[in-house]
Design a binder for this molecule. Structure first.
Ligand SMILES: [Zn+2]
Length: 320
């Protein structure tokens, strides 16, 4: 059984010596996101920042912490992690550090005015009906206004050190997703979660096989075998290696189900998403369902278990 998370918003909780967890509310999805404060010699490192939409009471939070927050580390460019970066930087005066690849995608998605149109075009290519695509454009513009990332952060690369923490590339949930590792502790962002599993979606202008990336990330975590993993949502993971194995098995099963949904008749990612996620989804959730279905379809293509074709402008998949 999943442990019930205590939602004591805006009160930092010490999860172990030198590591505080700050849980912020979200209006949707898992309803909360965990940020972490890591104690260092010169002050604290804040990992992730919540959503820009919510007024995070940083003053109140900082008043409960001894010493200044001197840097802010972003694990990945999804709204619930990067959306509050501008406000957090303003409240703390700290430098924001973000992966080079991750920031490039962050700026492309949240810093441009036409991303919702571009992503909608791409969904049309994958069989999404016009009406659903149009709703995505509308909600995309509304949502983008609430993502207040920090422009021009200090870049960081996998292999670098941030205040004694090793920066690890953990792609899959996002192409440029980074995690921090030190003394058997993994600050995992959304790379490893429990009891939920992170969404692994295919998106335009992104790496071609995100599920392949993610499977490698899971294998690397299993190899690393940290003592504990603190994620962006849900429970603390006390045996990260076995959780990584479990999640890998989950995707193996998902791949089998996806393959079973294919036949000789070409099907689009949108069609197959109905077989996997059912037919009763509002547009915003259909978007995630199609992206998740496509990451599995593309993985099957790489593995030689499905074939990609084209029907006019529409991308289709068939059984091999
Ligand atoms: Zn998240």
């Amino acid at each position: 059984m999943a442990k019930v998370i205590e939602h004591t918003f805006a009160t930092p909780a010490e999860v172990e010596p030198g590591i505080l967890r700050v849980t912020l509310p979200l209006p949707t999805g898992p309803r909360h996101v965990h940020c972490y404060l890591l104690r260092g010699a010169d002050g604290w490192t804040l990992v992730d920042t919540g959503l820009g939409l919510m007024e995070t009471p940083w003053e109140e939070i900082l008043a409960q912490v001894d010493g200044p927050v001197v840097r802010i580390f972003i694990t990945h460019m999804h709204p619930d992690h990067v959306g509050g970066a501008e406000a957090a930087a303003k409240a703390t005066g700290a430098v924001v550090i973000q992966g080079r690849l991750d920031y490039a995608q962050c700026e492309r998605v949240w810093g441009s005015t036409d991303w919702p149109e571009r992503i909608a075009e791409w969904f049309l290519d994958h069989g999404v009906p016009l009406q659903v695509a149009e709703e995505l454009i509308e909600s995309g513009h509304v949502f983008a206004d609430f993502v207040r990332f920090a422009w021009n952060p200090a870049p960081v690369e996998p292999g670098d050190e941030v205040d004694g923490w090793r920066v690890l590339a953990t792609p899959g949930h996002a192409d440029g997703h980074l995690s921090l590792h030190r003394d058997g502790v993994l600050i995992a962002g959304d790379t490893l979660l429990a009891p939920i599993t992170p969404a692994i979606g295919l998106y335009p202008e992104s790496r071609p096989d995100p599920l392949g990336d993610y499977v490698e990330t899971l294998a690397a975590i299993e190899q690393l075998a940290p003592r504990v993993s603190y994620g962006g949502h849900g429970a603390t993971i006390r045996d990260p290696a076995s959780r990584a194995r479990e999640v890998a098995v989950h995707h193996d099963e998902r791949l089998d189900t996806t393959q079973a949904a294919l036949g000789v008749e070409p099907r689009t990612g949108y069609d197959v998403s109905h077989a996997l996620f059912g037919s009763a989804l509002p547009p915003i959730q259909r978007r995630f369902a199609v992206a998740e279905t496509l990451s599995h379809l593309e993985r099957l293509v790489v593995l030689g278990r499905a074939r990609r074709g084209e029907d006019g402008r529409v991308v289709t998949y068939t059984a091999t």
